[in-house]
Write a protein of this length. Structure first.
Length: 81
């Protein structure tokens, strides 16, 4: 039995496989076009960028703090000796 619009080469035994593939392709298309998770990814990228910027700026601040503590330590050791 042949259905309307069905290619002639599609045998009845291959019909379930063709339907399965068609359903899977539709599911993949819907998943690719779905934008529900897009906001979450954008927020994650923003957080990663902020973390990178904070790490870069904190290394410069850490160097300044270390220099200040060394200066205070040197001054204290001068006065206590």
């Amino acid at each position: 039995m042949k259905y309307e619009g069905e290619p002639g080469w599609l045998r009845a035994s291959a019909r379930p496989i063709a339907i399965f593939i068609s359903v899977k392709i539709r599911g993949i298309n819907e998943a690719l076009l779905d934008e529900r998770g897009q906001d979450l990814i954008e927020y994650a990228l923003i957080v990663a960028l902020l973390a990178l910027a904070a790490t870069a700026s904190l290394s410069a601040v850490a160097a300044s703090i270390s220099k200040a503590f060394s200066k205070v330590g040197h001054t204290l050791s001068t006065y206590t000796s």
